[in-house]
Design a protein around this ligand. Structure first.
Ligand SMILES: [Zn+2]
Length: 235
């Protein structure tokens, strides 16, 4: 049968574990929030990238159209000049210039067809992204809000748990508490464990007969020969 001092120690350990568990949950919250913020940033970047790609293609297309336009003007000028020249070789030279420009125009127009196809597919990408963007971002913001609420709840739970731990500490004998706290800073919780079939339930190894006997008497603090945890016989 466990004495009251030991029962108090076990209560203290339980509350200590509550505090630790809440701490761990609280510590994970900012990382979760940050991850969601990164998701939003990635969505914004993808949308902006698609938009600027589309704008870049439009600029290229406008440039091409301007090139075509000015080449056509140039051709018209050459044709006017052809009406004025007197020598046949001058006329031929202008014809040569006109043909060269016409060849360029045809190349540019072909290039423009390719550009138009690119613009179509990029417009589709951009429209798809834009149509889901609002919903996606507000969904992620909702997740961030939920995490922030959870954070506030956990802070409340932590304050309560710390308060309860403070009270249970007061009920534990100082020498027991010292041993417990020393152990709990360097050993994986729980550090007060039962013995079953002569095995420590902390490390699952067999404890010595001497330790077993000592634990049975329950008069002094018994520790596991292997892991150093405080052990007790539950029955
Ligand atoms: Zn052990």
């Amino acid at each position: 049968m466990l004495n009251q001092d030991f029962k108090n120690l076990l209560v203290n350990q339980e509350r200590d574990q509550d505090v630790r568990r809440i701490w761990e949950q609280l510590e994970s919250v900012p990382k979760g929030i940050q991850a969601h913020k990164t998701e939003i940033k990635a969505e914004e970047d993808a949308l902006a990238e698609s938009k600027s790609k589309l704008q870049g293609l439009e600029v290229q297309r406008n440039d091409l159209e301007m090139q075509v336009g000015s080449a056509q003007e140039q051709i018209a000028k050459y044709k006017t000049q052809q009406l004025q020249v007197k020598k046949n070789e001058e006329f031929q030279a202008l014809t040569h210039e006109i043909e060269a420009l016409e060849k360029k125009i045809s190349d540019w127009e072909e290039e423009e067809i390719g550009l138009l196809l690119d613009i179509d597919s990029e417009t589709e990408v951009f429209s798809k992204r834009e149509s889901v963007f609002g919903d996606l971002v507000s969904k992620i913001r909702g997740q961030i809000n939920a995490l922030e609420q959870r954070q506030a709840e956990l802070q409340g739970e932590l304050a309560e748990a710390q308060n309860a731990l403070g009270l249970s500490k007061e009920a534990v004998k100082p020498n027991l508490l010292n041993s417990y706290e020393r152990l709990s800073t360097r050993t994986k919780m729980p550090v007060v464990v039962a013995v079953e079939d002569q095995k420590c339930l902390g490390c699952h190894l067999r404890i010595s007969n001497v330790a077993l006997e000592q634990a049975r008497k329950g008069e002094e603090l018994t520790t596991c020969d292997n892991c150093g945890r405080i052990v007790y016989l539950a029955s």
